[in-house]
Design a protein around this ligand. Structure first.
Ligand code: MTE
Ligand code: MO
Length: 392
């Protein structure tokens, strides 16, 4: 059977097909607002794609290990709902519970033992536009460059504790967390509310129902009053505006597991590969795209690398298309689910165009490949990125 591909929020990565605001990506942008995002999106900090906004990497220059909320990317299938915490309930229900549905209020959550984790959330489509730009391959989907990632300190209640209180049985195998944002309509087809199965094993391991981001209540755009935090896993697992979780003794599926967020195309199984979970290794320079740097002097370049598998342990930089590499210096707190900041001293060899490459290795030995594995929906772009630089 042919998988069906989404088309509503999507544009191809061919420049001509992009929405007007996307064409300006890398310049100063249009400042066009994203419908449904509540926070300000100044063009100097964000590039807007439809209902989504990505962080400009040069805006992270000078920031610490956490992405401040005012710079944090937003990925909305529809629009940010404004939810009243006092009447909000999180309801757990389904065949995997001993009794009927169990609901928690916002105050219930705040009163339970809390945990904190520093973790990045990254869209599975982060880097998608590079399939076109760097590999000359056509893909559909939001044409992110590398800014659909951010790191925050999340605080909340372990999902395991809520499942325990709700009386989950040993038979439960799958959960279906679901958001309270409006139904997502894809090419005229209503797919219902954003929801994606989560295996019980991951839920019991390290998933939080978070109500704080960087020490403050979650902002509306990032899931107020509560969202899932699923360390190491693609952003689609991190359901925002969490309203209910089905707990099931049978496997579950939704369009976000059966056809979206899978690898489709040549080299992948018919119907797509398995639902995407962990994200790969990535790196980015804190530079505009393209960057403009002066010749005849040294520059201290800054960047960050991260991996869904755990800590990044090494980063190398090349300015000759990967013929030779030199190590970057690693800084920062290096928490297992965060990113590592690095610096690299570079003296441009002369005026003209150059490309800077950064390649990271994580603690499992996974390294960024030369080319990312093509897939029609443009997920998992983990290849070494050739960052364009104009030396004047
Ligand atoms: N309810 C709901 N949850 C959601 C989404 C959504 O549209 N609705 N988008 C998901 C996707 S695809 C990503 S990448 C992350 C983005 O989180 P952020 O907007 O807080 O950066 O949220 C996830 N959770
Ligand atoms: Mo995403």
């Amino acid at each position: 059977m042919n998988p069906r591909f989404p088309t509503t929020t999507t544009t191809t990565t061919t420049t001509d097909d992009r929405a007007p605001g996307d064409r300006a990506l890398g310049d100063q942008g249009t400042g066009r607002p994203a419908p449904g995002i509540r926070k300000p999106l100044p063009a100097r900090l964000f590039a807007v794609h439809g209902t989504n906004a990505e962080t400009r990497w040069e805006a992270l220059r000078g920031e610490g290990d956490l992405t401040p909320e005012r710079l944090f990317f937003v990925r909305n299938h529809t629009s940010t709902p404004l939810i009243d915490a006092a009447s909000w309930r999180l309801t757990l229900w389904g065949s995997g519970l001993r009794r009927g549905p169990v609901s928690f209020t916002y105050r219930d959550l705040l009163a339970m033992p809390a945990e904190e984790v520093t973790a990045f959330v990254e869209c599975a489509g982060n880097g998608r536009s590079l399939y076109g730009e760097q590999q000359s391959q056509d893909v559909t989907g939001t044409p992110w460059r590398l800014g659909a990632v951010g790191v925050a300190r999340w605080r909340g209640v372990p999902l395991a504790a809520l499942l325990g209180r709700a009386g989950m049985t040993g038979d439960a195998v799958a959960l279906m967390p679901r958001g309270l944002d409006p139904d997502y309509v894809d090419a005229g087809e209503n797919l219902g509310r954003v929801r994606r199965p989560l295996p019980v094993t991951k839920a019991l391991d390290d998933v939080l129902v978070a109500y704080e981001m960087n020490g403050r209540p979650l902002p509306p755009d990032h899931g107020f009053p509560a969202r899932l935090v699923v360390p190491g896993w693609a952003g689609i697992a991190w359901i925002k505006w969490l309203g209910d979780v089905e707990v099931s003794a049978e496997p579950l599926e939704s369009p976000w597991s059966s056809r979206l967020y899978r690898m489709h195309g040549p080299g992948h199984p018919p119907g797509g590969g398995p639902p995407l979970t962990r994200t790969g290794v990535k790196s980015a320079f804190e530079l505009p795209w393209p960057a403009r740097l002066r010749a005849g002097r040294g520059h201290l370049l800054h960047g960050r690398s991260w991996s869904g598998n755990g800590r990044v342990v090494r980063v190398d930089v090349s300015d000759d298309e990967g013929v030779s590499w030199r190590s970057a210096r690693l800084h920062g707190d290096r928490s297992p689910h965060g990113w590592v900041r690095w610096t690299f001293r570079w003296a441009p060899p002369g005026v003209g165009e150059a490309r800077l490459l950064a390649r990271a290795v994580d603690e499992t030995g996974a390294v960024q490949p030369e080319r990312a594995a093509y897939n029609h929906l443009g997920y998992a772009f983990d290849a070494v990125v050739r960052h364009p630089v104009v030396v004047t």
